[in-house]
Design a protein. Structure first.
Lengths: 797, 152
C-alpha cells in the first residue's frame, strides 16, 4: 500500500535504521559504539541515497538530540515515533504496539517497490523493543550468544525471559550480520540458523576522532592496561592474580590499570589480591587511546567474547597483547598475539612477562590485522552482505503438528527439534506439541516457545488432528515420548523413530497410570511374536502409521519386519541432522585426550574406559568423562580413583561442546545397542574428533574412513595404541569426519526428506490412510465412531 | 672419563635441585593464592547488601504465603483411573490380539476435544490467591514506579 506521504525517492536505495540503542546507556559502551561506527561505515560506502534513523519519542534511559545524531552521521533523516519500550509495557504489548506503529510509518512513507533495507543494529538492548516492518529487507547485527550459552550465570542477573523473547529478531531476519566467525558458528550450532542467512562482517577498533588525552587520574609510569568491565566472564580475578605473580618477579615496578566503571565490591575483591591496581572508572575514547599508547602491554583474558575490540585497539597502538586462547581471538591472528589459557594464572603471568620483555612486535601481522579489521572493510562487507541477501517471501506451507520432547529437557531429541526449526519453517507451518517428561529438569534455555507455536501435549485431540496435513511423532524410549506414543496409537501420522526398543517408554506409561499392565504386556507379547529381535514394544505403532522416518538401516529394517502392510516407500531413512561450524582449528595431537561424553551410563562403555585408564600405556593420557550421570556410585568411584581420569557432570551445552572439542579421541562403545543413533557421536565428528564405535546398528553405517569401528572391547585398546603413534591417521579421520557430517547430516536434507515422506504417504491407499482421511473429514466424534471407522477401513482394504 | 661422569652427575643434580626449588616455589604460590581465594569467598559471602537481605526476606515471606494457599487449597483427587479390561487368550491369532490392543488404545486414549484442565485449587483459595497476587504485584509496581520517579 502506498500512502499519501510516499517520499519522492523512487528507484533509489533506502536504508532505515532502528536507532533506539543510541537512546540507551549502551550508547557509550561496546554495542552502542559498535552500532554507531557500523552505521557510519555503511553510510560512507555511498550506496544509499536516503538514510533514515528511527527513534522513540517516549522517555528512554539516555536521550539523544536530533542535532547530535546529525553531527554523528551527517545527512540523515531522524524521525521520532511513538515506540514503546519495556519501561512502558511488557515486551509482548510493546512488540504489538511497535509493529503497528512501524508498519504504519513505513507504509505511509515508502512504497513496497522501493525495496527498503531495514537495519536493527542492536537487537537485545534493554529496554528497547525492536520490530521489523513487513515488506522490507530485514537486517540485524548480532554480537554474541554469551548469555544464552552461559545461562546458569546470566539467568539470575538479567531479564532472561525478555532476552529469549527477542530471539524472533534473529529467526525473522533475512540476513544476520555477525561480528566474527565464532559468533556465526554459535548461531548455527546452538540455534540452528542456516548458513546462508549468516554473514560475517567482523569490525574495527574504536578510537577517538580527537588526539589522545591523558585522563585526569594518577597514571603510573610503567603499567599494563586491562580493558574490562564488571561482567563475570571477563575473568578479572584470575587476571589480577596473574598480574600480581608477574609483578613480583618483574624487574621494574609495575601497575595494572583497569578500565571501566567497576563496582566497589569487585574493586575491593581485586584489591585484596594486589595493591598495584589503578581503576580509571568510565573514561572517554581519547583518554582510553592515551592509555593504550602509554601501556607496556595489554592484558585481556576473558572466558568468551564476540569479537575482542581491546585486541584491535591494542594492535592499533602497536602494543604486545596477552589474551585468552579462545577461537574468537585466534580468528583475529594465529601468530601475532601472546595466547594463554585464561584459567591458568601462572601461564598468564609467564606470557605477560614475555610480552613486556620481548619488545619486538610482528608489524607485518599487525598491519594485516588492521587491514582486515578496519571500519572501511567492515562497511564494505556489510553492504555486500545486505545487497546479496534475499527478502524472504511469505509462502503458504503445509500445516503440520510435531510432537516433541521439551527442548530444555534431558532428551537430545528436543534439542535437535529446536535446532531444526529454522530450516523446517522454510517447508512447513509447524505447531509443536511439547512433552514435559516426568521430572522437572531444565538443562538449557528454551527459545523454541518464543519463536514458534508450542502447546502442551495434553491439548491434542481428534479435533486438532483435523487441522493438520500431517502429524509427526518423535518416538523414543523415555518419559519424553509417552503422549506421542498414546496419540500415535490411534491417530495415524508420521513416526520419526529414535529407538527401536520402546519398552522403557511403555513401562513409564504404565507407571504413570496411562495404560494398564495388561496392555503393556500385550504389546511386548505381540512384538515378540513377530520374532523381532531388533525391536521391542513397537508392533502396534508400526501397524498404525502413514509413514516412518528412521535414522538407520537397522531401524528401517526393524520397522519393515513389523509393518508388513506398509510399503517400503513409506519407510524412509534420513541422517540425524546437526550443524557444522566453519571454524577449523588445527589439531596437533601432541598429548592425547581421550573421552566419553553424553549420558554417562554403564551400558555406554564405562567398562572400556576403566580398561584404558588402568592400561600402563595410557598412564600419561588424559581421560575425560563428561555429560549427564546415570552411572552407579560404585562405577564412578572406581573410575575417579584413577589419576588420569577426570569426571565432569551436568554441563551446559556450551561446556559440553567445548569439552568435546578438546578431545582428540572419543570412545563410544555401546555395551548394549537398542536401535538408537548417537547425537554426541555426530557432535564429536563435526568438531573433528576421532570417534571409536562398536560395529553395530547405526554405527556400522557410518563410513569407514570417518570413524574407527571395533568388534569388541579388547579391540578398543589395540586401536588406541596404534592411533597414539599415528598422527597422520588421526588427522585424516578428523578431516573426513567433519566433511562427512557437513555434507550428509544437514537440516536441509532432513526437512526435504520429511516433506517427501509426508507427500508420498498422505497420497497412499492403506487402511491407515482411509482412517486419516475420515478423521480429517470430521466423521469421527466418539469412541464408537472410531471403532466403526477402523472396521470399515479393514473391510475396504 | 670419571671426571666427565661426575660433571654430568653434578649437572643433573643441580638441574634436579633447581626443578625441586621451582616446584616448591610454585606450590607456595599456589597455596598462597588458594588462601587468598578462600578469603575472598568469605568476604563475598559476608557482603550481603541491605537490598539483597530485604529481597531475601520478601521472597521468603512470599513463598510462605503462596505455599500455605497452595497446600490448603489443593483439590483432593476424587477418583483413580479405571483402565479398559483386556481379555487375551493364548489361542488368539496375532491379528486378533492386535485388534484387541487397538480397541483398548481407542478406549483409553480417544479424545475428540481436549477438555480444559480443572483448576488445581478450590474456588475460595483461588480467589484468595488472586487477591494476594494482585495486591503484591500492584504494590511492587507502585513502589517501583515511585522509586523510578524519585530517581528521575
Amino acid at each position: 500500500m502506498i500512502g499519501c506521504g510516499v517520499r519522492n525517492i523512487m528507484s533509489k536505495r533506502i536504508l532505515v535504521v532502528d536507532g533506539q540503542v543510541l537512546q540507551t546507556n549502551a550508547r557509550d559502551r561496546g554495542m552502542g559504539r559498535f552500532s554507531s561506527r557500523l552505521i557510519l561505515s555503511i553510510i560512507d560506502e555511498n550506496v544509499y541515497d536516503h538514510v533514515e534513523i528511527l527513534l522513540t519519542k517516549r522517555t528512554c534511559t539516555n536521550p539523544i538530540s536530533k542535532e547530535s545524531l546529525k553531527s554523528m552521521f551527517g545527512d540523515v533523516d531522524v524521525t521520532y515515533l511513538d515506540l514503546a519500550t519495556t519501561l512502558h509495557a511488557n515486551i509482548e504489548k510493546a512488540k504489538d504496539h511497535n509493529t503497528s506503529v512501524i508498519n504504519g510509518y513505513i507504509n505511509e512513507h515508502y512504497s513496497e517497490m522501493q525495496g527498503v533495507d531495514f537495519l536493527i543494529p542492536s537487537p537485545f538492548q534493554e529496554p528497547v523493543v525492536s520490530v521489523y516492518p513487513k515488506t522490507v529487507k530485514k537486517i540485524v547485527v548480532f554480537y554474541d550468544l554469551i548469555p544464552f550459552l552461559n545461562h546458569t550465570r546470566y539467568q539470575p542477573v538479567m531479564p532472561f525471559e525478555d532476552y529469549l523473547k527477542r530471539f524472533y529478531l534473529l529467526f525473522e531476519a533475512d540476513v544476520i550480520l555477525t561480528i566474527s566467525k565464532s559468533v556465526k558458528d554459535d548461531l548455527m550450532t546452538y540455534l540452528g540458523l542456516p548458513d546462508d542467512r549468516l554473514k560475517v562482517i567482523d569490525g574495527g577498533p574504536i578510537t577517538a576522532d580527537t588526539h589522545p588525552t591523558k585522563p585526569n587520574i594518577d597514571v603510573p609510569e610503567h603499567f599494563v592496561l586491562m580493558p574490562t568491565s564488571d561482567d563475570p566472564r571477563k575473568n578479572n580475578l584470575m587476571a589480577v592474580i596473574a598480574f600480581e605473580s608477574f609483578r613480583k618477579s618483574h624487574a621494574k615496578p609495575c601497575y595494572l590499570v583497569v578500565t571501566s566503571k567497576i563496582h566497589k565490591n569487585e574493586r575491593t575483591r581485586l584489591e585484596m589480591v594486589s595493591s598495584h591496581l589503578v581503576f580509571t572508572g568510565n573514561i572517554s575514547d581519547d583518554e582510553l587511546d592515551w592509555l593504550y599508547e602509554q601501556a607496556a602491554s595489554i592484558l585481556f583474558v576473558p572466558e568468551s567474547e564476540g569479537l575482542g575490540l581491546p585486541i584491535l585497539e591494542g594492535v592499533t597502538a602497536s602494543k604486545p597483547i596477552v589474551c585468552s586462547s579462545i577461537p574468537v581471538f585466534r580468528e583475529i591472528s594465529e601468530s601475532g598475539l601472546y595466547y594463554t589459557d585464561h584459567r591458568d594464572p601462572m601461564m598468564i603471568a609467564a606470557q605477560l612477562e614475555a610480552a613486556v620483555t620481548e619488545t619486538e612486535i610482528d608489524q607485518k601481522e599487525y598491519s594485516r590485522i588492521l587491514e582486515h579489521y578496519s571500519w572501511r572493510a567492515t562497511g564494505k562487507r556489510a553492504v555486500a552482505s545486505i545487497r546479496d541477501a534475499k527478502v524472504s517471501k511469505i509462502d503458504i506451507h503445509p500445516r503440520i503438528a510435531i510432537f516433541t520432547p521439551r527442548p530444555d529437557g534431558l532428551s537430545a531429541v528436543g534439542k535437535v527439534v529446536a535446532e531444526g526449526h529454522a530450516t523446517l519453517a522454510k517447508y512447513f507451518d509447524v505447531d509443536y506439541y511439547v512433552e514435559e517428561g516426568v521430572g522437572d529438569v531444565s538443562t538449557r534455555p528454551n527459545f523454541l516457545k518464543y519463536i514458534a507455536n508450542c502447546y502442551p501435549e495434553t491439548t491434542f485431540s481428534v479435533e486438532k488432528y483435523q487441522q493438520y496435513k500431517s502429524v509427526v511423532y518423535h518416538i523414543g524410549n523415555s518419559d519424553y515420548h509417552i503422549f506421542s506414543i498414546a496419540n500415535a496409537l490411534y491417530l495415524p501420522g508420521i513416526v520419526i523413530l529414535h529407538d527401536t526398543n520402546i519398552g522403557e517408554a511403555f513401562r513409564i506409561m504404565e507407571e504413570q497410570d496411562m495404560i494398564s499392565q495388561q496392555r503393556c504386556q500385550l504389546e511386548k507379547a505381540i512384538t515378540d511374536e513377530q520374532h523381532a529381535d531388533t525391536s521391542s514394544h513397537l508392533y502396534s505403532l508400526a501397524q498404525r502409521q502413514l509413514g516412518f522416518l528412521t535414522h538407520s538401516r537397522y531401524a528401517k529394517e526393524a520397522v519393515v519386519t513389523l509393518a508388513k502392510d506398509l510399503n517400503d516407500r513409506y519407510i524412509s531413512e534420513a541422517s540425524l541432522p546437526t550443524h557444522v561450524g566453519q571454524m577449523d582449528e588445527p589439531r596437533e595431537y601432541a598429548e592425547l585426550t581421550i573421552g566419553l561424553a553424553g549420558i554417562i551410563a554403564d551400558i555406554k562403555g564405562l567398562g572400556v574406559i576403566k580398561t584404558i585408564a588402568s592400561n600402563p600405556s595410557f598412564r600419561n593420557t588424559k581421560i575425560h568423562l563428561f555429560g549427564y550421570n546415570y552411572a552407579s556410585e560404585e562405577t564412578l568411584g572406581t573410575l575417579t580413583a584413577f589419576d588420569n581420569v577426570e569426571l565432569t557432570t551436568n554441563l551446559t551445552d556450551f561446556d559440553f561442546q567445548a569439552s568435546l572439542r578438546d578431545l582428540d579421541i572419543f570412545v563410544n562403545y555401546r555395551m548394549k545397542y537398542q536401535g538408537e543413533t548417537s547425537l554426541s557421536t555426530l557432535e564429536a565428528m563435526r568438531q573433528g574428533v576421532v570417534v571409536i564405535v562398536r560395529n553395530i546398528g547405526w554405527y556400522s553405517q557410518l563410513p569407514d574412513e570417518c570413524v574407527i569401528k571395533v568388534e569388541n572391547q579388547d579391540e578398543v585398546i589395540e586401536v588406541l595404541e596404534k592411533l597414539r603413534v599415528d598422527k597422520d591417521k588421526l588427522k585424516m579421520i578428523s578431516k573426513n569426519a567433519k566433511d562427512y557430517v557437513r555434507n550428509s547430516h544437514t537440516h536441509e536434507k532432513y526437512a526435504q526428506g520429511l516433506l517427501d515422506l509426508i507427500n508420498i504417504s498422505s497420497a497412499g491407499t492403506t487402511s491407515n490412510n482411509v482412517i486419516a482421511n475420515a478423521l480429517r473429514s470430521d466423521l469421527v466424534h466418539n469412541v464408537e465412531d472410531m471403532k466403526k471407522l477402523i472396521l470399515d477401513a479393514e473391510v475396504t482394504k | 672419563m670419571t671426571n666427565q661422569k661426575e660433571t654430568n652427575e653434578e649437572h643433573y643434580r643441580r638441574a634436579l635441585a633447581d626443578a625441586m626449588s621451582e616446584l616448591t616455589r610454585r606450590d607456595q604460590t599456589i597455596s598462597m593464592l588458594n588462601a587468598k581465594i578462600n578469603e575472598l569467598h568469605a568476604v563475598s559471602a559476608a557482603e550481603d547488601s541491605t537490598t539483597r537481605l530485604l529481597k531475601k526476606l520478601y521472597n521468603k515471606i512470599d513463598n510462605k504465603i503462596m505455599n500455605n494457599i497452595n497446600s490448603h487449597g489443593l483439590r483432593e483427587k476424587t477418583s483413580t483411573k479405571i483402565h479398559p479390561k483386556i481379555d487375551v487368550s493364548e489361542k488368539l491369532s496375532l491379528k486378533e490380539k492386535s485388534l484387541i490392543a487397538r480397541d483398548y488404545d481407542i478406549e483409553e486414549f480417544f479424545t475428540y476435544r481436549s477438555k480444559k484442565q480443572p483448576h488445581a485449587l478450590k474456588l475460595h483459595y483461588r480467589v484468595v490467591a488472586k487477591v494476594y497476587r494482585s495486591l503484591r504485584d500492584g504494590t511492587v509496581t507502585v513502589i517501583k514506579r515511585t522509586n523510578d520517579r524519585v530517581r528521575g
